[in-house]
Write a protein that binds this ligand. Structure first.
Ligand code: SAM
Ligand code: SF4
Length: 557
């Protein structure tokens, strides 16, 4: 029997009526969307059709999915992953894909994963189990897995989960459109090769259809990778070696972001203040087009339109005098530093291979506050690192109290495969670890509330992010010190506006403000505003993500 099929990712045989589903078992050079392909039917199946898998497509009787292909990205983890998802989203737009409004109408679902703690990795596996039914609902749907777990596991993900069609590593974002195209044509593949090339920074300009999770605010990658190898951390394995992006590319991108309406940028890097360090040390800064981090900040500060500059995550050992001074001198540098401490015990800091003592950390915090007295400092802390005693833990509580963190992300130590600390036998019992975590969180809650109460009566400026979780007409935004401010009545304000507000109330997790009036609008009235999402969207990636070191304020990974 012969006939013509309309290729829509499923095959419908049009020569007979009603439309008959066709299983394609051979390799296929035709792309979905191609019409009128001639096929020869060599067998007729009476049995129910098999589930879709490698080498064969089934054609159920659902209506065909429209072109172009629609994607949905789910992101786990830190800002670095959130920004990687934005980059993938941008690449897919350039390749002709469209953002789905909801996973239920997506053809392509991408999970951008995190492996910083075991919990984040397990979440991926449970999500993949649940996604079997998503995939089975509409034939031809494909699933891609990227990010840190993908980098670590590579092909093993394809072997273990037959519902996954492609895998891409942290250095392979540019390959995603080709991998997605191939997957939609029935080919499974993994691309996780590490690269030392600067190519990864050469990405296309922002596509007009790329929606902004927060109008007026943008991430900008300045360096990637990490050479520190802290004994608990998997990042050097998943993100590779430290590499700094040429300053010209960073400044060009910042300029374009500002022209496109971003008034706040957050510079990203696993150890962001190590920017340019390797090149300087080897006398290659000029050749590689990099410069000291403080100089990069000064250049960015000079760009018109950028009102706020933030960076995350810095490592305490890479604060030099110039960077400290920059906090007192650069008008656009926000009065907030996310400065991971991890532990306040010198013994544990040494076992963690952090490279500083508790007193050295206190000295950096004091120097920063001397340069910028209103500076808020937040942090990442790990409890129950192998061998941590009650006295070590008390030392951590002491530094938290002394420095007076505005906020912190507190984690129970999670052994990660291949890291030095995972080999250590002296594990803190789970009940003890949980008790320490709760004590630390209680201390942080007390400090945060005290910090909030001290703000009541102040006037500040917030960048409006979107609707408040409190509902009604309330809006939320962040002040320069990155404190969350909910506006009781946000009438007349829109996401992306800078608004003058008076703080009228302090709550444990946020400040309540009343709007005094609109400041300058960051984002031009156009795409950035039109794209504001009321609900979840592809770049709204932190929802559902496990906190991974400084989501609101801080760490990357
Ligand atoms: N580069 C930053 C630094 O050196 O401070 C940290 C970035 S790291 C990817 C994000 C945070 O996750 C860390 O600051 C640490 O608190 C936490 N983290 C990393 N590995 C962890 C582990 N094995 N168990 C628990 N928390 C961990
Ligand atoms: Fe690098 Fe930070 Fe991980 Fe240490 S904790 S290895 S500095 S990313």
């Amino acid at each position: 029997m012969q006939g013509r099929v309309q290729l829509s990712n499923r095959f419908f045989l049009n020569c007979v009526s009603p439309v008959i589903p066709v299983i394609w078992t051979g390799s296929c050079k035709l792309r979905p969307g191609a019409a009128g392909a001639r096929v020869e039917i060599d067998a007729v199946a009476n049995a129910p059709l098999p589930s879709p898998r490698r080498g064969g497509w089934i054609a159920p009787r659902e209506p065909s999915l429209p072109q172009p292909r629609r994607f949905w990205i789910r992101t786990f983890g830190c800002q670095m992953n959130v920004h990687d998802s934005e980059k993938v989203e941008n690449l897919l737009h350039h390749a002709g894909y469209e953002a789905a409004t909801d996973p239920s109408v997506a053809d392509l679902l991408i999970l951008n994963t995190c492996s910083i703690r075991a919990k984040a990795e397990h979440k991926l596996y449970s999500d993949l189990g649940a996604l079997r039914s998503w995939k089975a609902q509409v034939a031809g749907r494909v699933i891609g897995v990227g990010g840190c777990v993908a980098q670590q596991q590579g092909d093993a993900i394809l072997d273990r989960f037959d519902q996954v069609d492609f895998v891409f590593g942290t250095h392979n974002l540019r390959r995603v459109p080709a991998l997605a195209d191939a997957a939609l044509s029935g080919q499974r593949a993994a691309r996780t090769n590490a690269s030392a090339s600067l190519d990864r920074f050469d990405l296309p300009e922002r596509h007009p259809d790329l929606r902004s999770a927060t109008p007026g605010r943008a991430f900008l990658t300045v360096m990637e990778g990490c050479d520190r190898f802290c004994s608990f951390c998997i990042v050097p394995t998943t993100r590779g070696r430290e590499i700094s992006r040429p300053a010209s590319g960073i400044l060009d991108e910042a300029r374009r972001l500002a022209e496109g309406g971003a008034c706040e940028i957050t510079l990203l890097g696993q150890t962001v203040n190590a920017y340019g360090r390797h090149d300087l040390r080897r006398g290659k800064a000029e050749a590689r087009g990099t410069m000291p981090f403080a100089e990069l900040l000064a250049n960015l500060d000079a760009l018109p339109g950028l009102e706020r500059i933030r960076y995350t995550s810095p490592h305490p050992i890479f604060f030099d005098d110039d960077l400290v001074r920059a906090h007192g001198e650069l008008a656009s540098l926000c009065p907030h530093v996310h400065l991971p401490l991890q532990s306040g015990s010198d013994r544990i800091l040494q076992a963690m291979r952090r490279g500083y003592t508790a007193d050295e950390y206190r000295a950096i915090a004091a120097a920063l506050r001397a340069a910028r007295p209103d500076l808020a400092i937040s942090s990442d802390l790990i409890v129950a690192f192998p061998g941590e005693t009650e006295a070590d833990f008390d030392a951590t509580l002491a530094v938290v109290e002394d420095v007076g963190f505005a906020d912190s992300f507190c984690f129970k130590y999670s052994p990660r495969p291949g890291t030095q600390a995972a080999e250590r036998a002296e594990r803190v019992p789970e009940a003890e670890a949980q008790a320490r975590l709760e004590r630390l969180q209680a201390l942080q809650a007390r400090l945060r509330l005290a910090g909030h109460r001290a703000r009541v009566g102040e006037t500040t400026e917030i960048l409006v992010e979107g609707p408040s979780r409190r509902g009604g007409r309330q809006l939320r935004g962040r002040d320069p010190s990155h404190r969350l401010v909910n506006l009781a009545d946000g009438s007349g304000l829109r996401p992306g506006d800078l608004a003058r507000v008076r703080i009228v109330e302090a709550t444990p997790h946020s400040l309540i403000g009343e709007a005094l009036g609109r400041g300058a609008a960051c984002a031009p009235r156009g795409k950035l505003h039109d794209g504001v999402k009321a609900g979840p969207g592809p770049a709204d990636a932190l929802r559902g993500a496990e906190p991974s070191g400084g989501q609101p304020v801080g760490a990357t990974g």
